[in-house]
Design a protein around this ligand. Structure first.
Ligand SMILES: C[S@@+](CC[C@H](N)C(=O)[O-])C[C@H]1O[C@@H](n2cnc3c(N)ncnc32)[C@H](O)[C@@H]1O
Ligand code: SF4
Length: 434
């Protein structure tokens, strides 16, 4: 039995496991050639990271800097160089779905954005065939950029709103005016973007049930395809973390309020955070991509790449000075054919990752696939699965394929961390944050 602890549901916000193992488990190792890392793989999700924003929000620890003095065009040239070298050493890698994230990709000018899209298409990403997504912030998203995104057939546009109340935005340390949000959302709605997602944050200390309902009402007025409800996490070295600000004590009640509001207003819940408009529930093309088993090839400073047994990236930091140093190092790199920073996944870590990806963020747990991959039953190895069943948090959607039900989804941020290995927890706690 690999996990015997029981879940502590008195603390529903223990950690968001959007990737496992966490970046703070990454360490330097002797260089490994990309061609060796990828020799048994032939397809991957494609991710490009744009580590620039027009502001640095108080809650955010993503790998990004605001208003960089460095030349953004130099960064794009470096992305092109990296892609060219990857194509050379892994010529048979087929890319399927893709995402352009950050930071804020729409921080780029229209011309820079177009150059980026062209380079990605040249690399072999085909937005007409595969589903792609791009992130934006209200202030940087002009009608011209929306038109460009549409012309490249990038299907999904995702933008942070966080709140429709100025005092809450100020408490989040996000220098964004409500008028700016309004204009950007109206532009997206008018442009008829295929899929658009808006993010809201709950749990700011001055947020009330009423004020959260107001933000939700304002948001659904535009009928976004998806709405993400993010619990506020106050993280180390961020603006709010340094000020020692605290999340609202009513965070979980706020979540239930928000969830029920969306369920009663035409949205279906697909994970703890994600709510999808009912009419859009089946309209995403099935490209055979699986977040559980597929690889990822990441381009840019801060981007991660994954194969089955190795995850790697550039160095990681949260503070502006250190992030700038890493971006500058990236831009002066001439050789992208080997890597030396990341984490290896032994079989135990691969099992844990499989279960985390299956149980959170809208995944499904396919028991036959697990048994075929690892020659063992996950119920025999991970007591937590029995606990999920005892708590009636699992629904069998087809024979031997399970997903978390509505009650279970409330606790994704308890279930994810409960599946971390002792080794990963140790590496995370030893990590030197900078
Ligand atoms: C890359 S940003 C979205 C695009 C764009 N940069 C923006 O801010 O509008 C990712 C999203 O993650 C959420 N997020 C990031 N850090 C968070 C935190 N500490 N607590 C809660 N939500 C967070 C925010 O809702 C944010 O919109
Ligand atoms: S929330 Fe978005 S705009 Fe704000 S710092 Fe993070 S990535 Fe940049």
């Amino acid at each position: 039995m690999l996990v015997s602890d029981t879940l502590d549901i008195t603390k529903p916000y223990q950690g968001y496991t959007y990737s496992y193992p966490h970046k703070s488990t990454y360490r330097t190792f002797s260089p490994i050639q990309l061609k060796d890392i990828w020799k048994e793989e032939n397809s991957a999700f494609f991710y490009t990271h744009i580590p620039f924003c027009e502001m640095r929000c108080g809650f955010c620890n993503l790998f990004t800097v605001s208003n960089p003095k460095e030349r953004v065009s130099k960064y794009i040239e470096t992305l092109q160089l990296q892609m060219a070298q990857i194509s050379e050493v892994i010529p048979n890698l087929h890319v399927k779905n893709f995402a352009i994230g950050g930071g804020t990709p729409t921080f780029l000018t229209v011309d820079e954005l177009e150059l980026l899209f062209k380079s990605i298409v040249d690399f072999g990403v085909n937005p007409k065939q595969f589903f792609g997504s791009i992130e934006a912030s209200p202030k940087t998203l002009s009608s011209e950029k929306i038109a460009l995104i549409k012309s490249y057939k990038i299907a999904r546009l995702s933008m942070g709103i966080q709140s429709w109340i100025q005092d809450e935005m100020d408490a989040l340390g996000r220098p964004q005016k409500i008028e700016t949000t309004l204009k950007a959302v109206e532009n997206i709605a008018q442009a008829g973007v295929e899929e658009f997602n808006l993010d809201l944050i709950y749990g700011t200390h001055n947020q009330t049930k009423e004020s959260f309902l107001y933000s939700l009402e304002k948001t659904i007025h535009y009928q976004p395809t998806e709405i993400f409800l993010y619990p506020l996490y106050i993280r180390k070295l961020t603006g709010l973390g340094v000020k020692n600000q605290k999340e609202s004590q009513h965070q979980f009640e706020l979540y239930i309020t928000g969830r029920d509001f969306l369920l009663n207003n035409g949205y279906i819940q697909t994970s703890m955070r994600c709510f999808r408009r009912k009419e859009a529930i089946d309209c995403r093309p099935n490209t055979g991509y699986s977040a559980i088993t597929d690889n990822m090839i990441g381009i840019g400073a801060g981007a991660r790449s994954y194969t089955k047994n190795l995850h790697y990236s550039t160095d990681y930091a949260v503070k502006r000075k250190e992030i700038k140093t890493i971006i500058n190092e990236y831009m002066s790199t001439k050789h992208f054919k080997s890597v030396n920073y990341g984490v290896r996944l032994n079989i135990e870590e691969q099992k844990r990752r499989f279960l985390i990806k299956s149980l959170t963020d809208g995944g499904t747990l396919n028991i036959a696939l697990y048994e075929e991959t690892f020659d063992k039953s996950p119920f025999e190895e991970f007591h937590i699965l029995n606990e999920l069943q005892e708590r009636n948090w699992l629904t069998e959607i087809t024979t031997n394929v399970f997903s978390l039900n509505q009650e279970g989804m409330c606790y994704e941020d308890v279930i994810g961390p409960a599946l971390y290995s002792e080794n990963s927890k140790q590496l995370m706690s030893d990590f030197e944050w900078k």
